[in-house]
Write a protein that binds this ligand. Structure first.
Ligand code: AMP
Length: 523
């Protein structure tokens, strides 16, 4: 978006009719009730200095809801959006859930073919794309009404919505009705649509505001994308629900974030944001003096990054763990020990157990599969009943696909994705253990360990390594160091030096890419 001081909506207040239903179970009612208490206060603060007040955001969402209802959409219909981050995109999200529709955000980086898959699978009744892609994307969702929305707010969506009054019903929805459909980042295989209910999202947002002590005195520095759980449901919901203004940045730019830190109290980022901030010479105690919390999630925060950040800024980054299908699951505490390398304890209302291959609970300290239950856990994958059944244990616990341990004190430490487990000669190798050993060697910046097909062992351990600038240890040197620290079967058979690890939009290392590139097989 442009960052100018344009108003979000024409002047005028929404007719938000007040709580139409139990706000604990209707996400729109929950968010709108809070926004209605700050009608004139800035909720979004734009880069150019403009602001969007709570009343304006509600008014714009009412106009958009009106437009979608006038277009014939009915409760439960999907609204897909592949749009850039903008205040109007937030209003569109709120408008869709106000109208009882199912919000389906899509990464703007998706190509025409990828989009065709998502739109074909979800069959939205309306979809919104960037004006500049209108021609290229013509005809891919023939059954859907199409609108356009640019990063500057231009396009048919806003033009048509502004021709309507800021009046629309809050369409009643139950807690078990769908509010969103999010395709999982799909680091391997075919992406699956995770169905998220009003109760899933409302309950998780409420828990997070409490656990993380969000309040009106907070100012959230928001540089994450909003097509993903982290930027939309975690960051945006926490701020909207606590009446805290959002410094709404179009993207993560380290110098810009650094410049804004003195105006903020809370920052949320993926681990890469922290390594990039550490590369900024200006990052220090002074810039962070007014900050209450730095959060990290979506991918593992390296203990080295945690320590370097604490040394430079005095702040212990609060690492938390969650997934699209479940919302947030574990968190290090606001008050108490934030432990590097651990994702903290289960959040209130989250049941978490570590089990073996037969779903039987393991004693504290043993590595196993992480399973969870609670109000945040989704009901299943869109139109994939078989897949859904396979992902839940017989007694209803959800198989996260992550492996890890829970200590006697409840702190959970993850050791990787179960599918990334390497089984070599019948022995299990948890990539994280080997990555930790590699990362501890002088000159290693970061690493990724993965399995590649091997004629004798079934799989062999392989590693991709990124070196710190100015270092040039050989592969043989690194491997001989590892031999002194790890059992022989865990030591990588091959080592590949890369300038960067391949990552997806949320900073997760895509091991399938590494397997494909170095193993000759798919992931
Ligand atoms: P997504 O559904 O795209 O948010 O991905 C969820 C997955 O991200 C989880 O199942 C974990 O594998 C990973 N993840 C999220 N947070 C963390 C964390 N703090 N540390 C390690 N892995 C994480």
């Amino acid at each position: 978006m442009s960052g100018d001081a344009r108003p979000l909506a024409a002047p005028g207040r929404t007719d938000y009719p007040g709580p139409a239903m139990d706000a604990r179970d209707n996400l729109y009612a929950l968010l709108a009730d809070r926004l209605a208490t700050v009608p004139d206060a800035p909720v979004l603060v734009l880069p150019g200095g403009g602001t969007v007040a709570g009343g304006e955001l509600l008014a714009e969402s009412a106009r958009i809801a009106r437009l979608l209802l006038d277009a014939g959409l009915e409760p439960g219909d999907r609204v897909a959006a592949q749009v850039d981050k903008s205040p109007e995109a937030v209003a569109l999200y709120l408008g869709a859930i106000r109208a009882g529709l199912v919000w389906m955000p899509l990464n703007p980086a998706y190509t025409r073919d990828e989009l065709a898959f998502f739109l074909g699978d979800a069959e939205p009744r309306a979809w919104v794309c960037a004006p500049e892609r209108e021609g290229e994307l013509a005809g891919i969702a023939p059954g859907a009404r199409r609108f356009t929305l640019g990063r500057d707010g231009a396009g048919s969506l806003v033009t048509e919505a502004r021709a309507r009054p800021a009046r629309a019903p809050v369409v009643p929805r139950e807690g078990s009705d769908l509010a969103a459909l999010l395709y999982t980042s799909g680091t391997t295989g075919r992406p699956k649509g995770a169905m998220l209910t009003h109760r899933n999202l409302a309950s998780n947002a409420t828990v997070l505001v409490g656990a993380w002590e969000f309040g009106e005195g907070d100012v959230l520095l928001h540089a994450l994308p909003i097509f993903h759980v982290h930027g939309l449901f975690v960051a945006t919901h926490c701020a909207l629900l606590s009446g805290a203004p959002i410094l709404f940045e179009p993207r993560f730019e380290p110098p810009r974030v650094l410049a804004l830190l003195p105006r903020a109290t809370v920052f949320m980022g993926v681990p890469t944001y922290y390594t990039r901030l550490l590369a900024e010479p200006g990052l220090g105690r002074e810039a962070c003096a007014g900050m209450r919390l730095f959060f990290a999630g979506s991918a593992p925060l390296l203990p080295d990054t945690f320590r370097a950040f604490r040394e430079r800024t005095g702040h212990a980054v609060l690492e938390r763990y969650g997934m699209t299908e479940t919302g947030m699951l574990c968190s290090n505490p606001v008050r108490g020990e934030r432990r590097p390398g651990s994702v903290g304890r289960p959040l209130p209302g989250v049941g978490l157990r570590i089990v073996d291959g037969e779903d039987l609970p393991l004693p504290a300290g043993q590595v196993g599969h992480v399973q969870v239950r609670g109000d945040g856990v989704f009901p299943g994958y869109w139109r994939l009943p078989e897949r859904t059944r396979a992902e839940f244990a017989g007694d209803g616990w959800f198989r996260t696909g992550d492996t890890g341990t829970a200590g006697e004190d409840g702190y959970v430490t993850l050791s990787g994705r179960a599918k990334d487990l390497v089984i070599t000669g019948g022995l299990n190798v948890y990539p994280k253990e080997v990555e930790d050993a590699l990362d501890a060697l002088p000159g290693v910046a970061e690493s990724a360990v993965f399995g590649v097909p091997h004629p004798d062992f079934g799989e062999a351990v392989a590693a991709a390594v990124v070196l710190q600038p100015g270092w040039s240890p050989s592969g043989e040197e690194l491997i001989s160091h590892l031999r002194t620290r790890l059992a022989g079967f865990k030591v990588p058979k091959t080592l590949h030096f890369l300038s960067d690890l391949p990552r997806n939009a949320m900073g997760k290392v895509t091991k399938a890419t590494l397997r494909e590139r170095f193993g000759g097989g798919g992931g």
